[in-house]
Design a protein around this ligand. Structure first.
Ligand code: SAH
Length: 489
């Protein structure tokens, strides 16, 4: 290791900055955030710096640098584009044993600025020895994505309770207690911006820690459940919160629609339990919902953190509502994380705008499952100037299209069928209400697929979908009608 990362307390500490341009400005904004007393030596300042000087936030010496400027300074930064000047600032500072940074010049610097992930009071600093700042910034981006935006709030939450916990718990119990707070319900509540829920979970955790310490048998700890939407398939479409909680969960209960690439993003040592359609002989059999409820409760009661990972969004045709109700009934804490529902993923991947100022003023998500037929208002769904997206409809295309036509929709109304949206091998099949079922049959479209009905599906043919990131297989649909084509995307 060539450099020691340290965190400097700079409040009211005199710092000299040589240079008054854009680069100097960036450093100065950083220094102002930590309360440094800044003096700039530069013939000219940017408008922003001049304004700050005018407001008394920093002192400006409108002159060229002279060695006397270092008098009384504790830290020096040279941010000019004049090599000679930078060199003489560096030499003069080093002669006085002052730490000096010359922007973008590790040779002339005795310290350098790391890339920063700021979740104050929690701060992550990344350095590359000054040699590869681009790499340091890249690492920063990765960490930015992984660390919740409200991590600072969590650090403050914990900091404010440190003394109380010190009084309440023996030293050996404190670390495991804080780990449970940070990674458990209390932490998740703080991160979700729910201070009341966080306080309640924290109090429960503290009570539990005290009970465990005082009882010979040890009290049974309660775990929690994360109802997570996994998005339409592409692992990059997971939300940041989904990713963070997947990294925490001890057990993952996942559905058939959750691809391996998404599971890959969970903690390596987490137990993975498949609760979707059984493979083998009884292919149509699904794990009964009651069984899933039982598992969630069972694992949570063992004190484990359970991720219930569902395709798309848990509250869109996902029975997430029933699962939340079950958890509430059993007094098990849970967190709900939305996901990109298949309709949004499919529309984006096929470049179909779901609403459009001129042709569709509303969008409706409908189940295409025949059991719900009586519950649907087909004449409302058949009306113009809207988009209707059918989930779970592939096996029932003919019936859906017939119902819509019977309710008044024009047989030539454009539609699109998107199979395996956002996944490798995605196919987009375009057609009309009267012909899509036959086209789908010929192309061998199978679930998961979505039917989008409405004029918007014809707009997308203007372009865009062919630039899609998802794997190309053109659906072969015979000689296409102008509105009926297998679109490679
Ligand atoms: N909760 C999920 C929907 C579950 S219902 C969500 O919000 O997306 C299952 C139906 O979703 C499938 O029958 C199919 O119609 C649709 N679906 C899910 N993933 C899909 C995908 N990658 N491509 C196309 N349709 C998909």
């Amino acid at each position: 290791m060539d450099h020691l990362p340290i965190f400097l307390q700079l409040r009211e500490v005199p710092v000299l900055v040589v240079g008054g341009g854009r680069i100097a400005q960036r450093k100065i904004e950083l220094l102002l955030r930590v309360g440094a007393r800044i003096t700039i030596v530069a013939p000219q300042l940017t408008a922003e710096l001049a304004e700050r000087a005018g407001r008394g936030q920093l002192e400006h010496r409108a002159a060229r640098f002279a060695t006397e400027d270092l008098e009384g300074m504790r830290l020096v930064i040279a941010a000019t584009d004049l090599k000679l000047l930078n060199t003489s600032v560096s030499q003069a500072a080093r002669a006085r044993l002052l730490p000096v940074n010359v922007v973008d010049d590790p040779q002339l610097s005795t310290f350098y600025f790391p890339a920063i992930v700021d979740r104050s009071p929690l701060i992550v600093a990344i350095g590359s020895g000054g040699g590869a700042p681009v790499l340091a910034r890249w690492v920063r981006e990765q960490i930015e994505a992984l660390l919740p935006a409200a991590l600072g709030a969590l650090a403050r939450f914990m900091g404010a309770r440190r003394d109380a916990v010190r009084r309440a718990l023996a030293p050996a119990a404190r670390r495991p207690f804080w780990e449970r707070v940070a990674r458990g319900t209390a932490g998740a509540r703080v991160l979700a911006g729910d201070p009341i829920g966080a306080e309640r979970a924290y109090a429960r955790e503290l009570r539990m820690a005290q009970l465990t310490a005082s009882s010979a048998t040890g009290a049974q700890r309660l775990g929690e459940v994360y109802l997570i939407g996994a998005g339409p398939g592409d692992a990059d479409l997971l939300t940041l919160r989904a990713l963070q909680l997947l990294q925490q969960a001890d057990v993952i209960l996942y559905d058939r629609l959750v691809p391996a690439a998404v599971l890959e993003r969970s903690r390596r040592d987490a137990e993975r339990v498949f609760v979707g359609k059984h493979s083998g002989r009884s292919r149509q059999e699904t794990t009964p919902q009651a069984q899933i409820h039982e598992w969630m409760v069972h694992y949570a009661r063992q004190g484990l953190r359970v991720a219930r990972l569902k395709g798309g969004d848990p509250f869109v045709f996902g029975r997430g509502g029933e699962e939340a109700e079950c958890l509430a009934r059993h007094g098990i804490p849970y967190v709900i994380v939305p996901g990109i529902t298949a309709a949004l993923g499919a529309a984006a991947a096929a470049a179909i705008p779901l609403t459009h100022r001129h042709v569709a003023q509303s969008v409706t998500f409908v189940t295409g499952h025949p059991l719900q037929d009586d519950a649907l208002d087909w004449s409302a769904l058949a009306r113009g100037h809207q988009t209707v997206v059918f989930y779970m409809g592939v096996a029932h295309l003919e019936r859906i299209c017939a119902q819509l036509t019977a309710a008044g929709a024009h047989p030539s109304l454009p539609v699109a069928l998107i199979e395996r949206a956002t996944l490798p091998g995605q196919r987009v099949l375009r057609g009309t209400l009267s012909r899509i079922a036959a086209l789908a049959e010929r192309a061998g479209i199978s679930p998961p697929a979505l039917l989008i009905v409405g004029e918007v599906t014809a707009l997308a043919q203007l372009g865009g979908a062919s630039d899609s990131a998802y794997g190309p297989t053109a659906a072969t649909a015979g000689a296409p009608h102008p509105l009926e084509s297998a679109h490679e995307c």
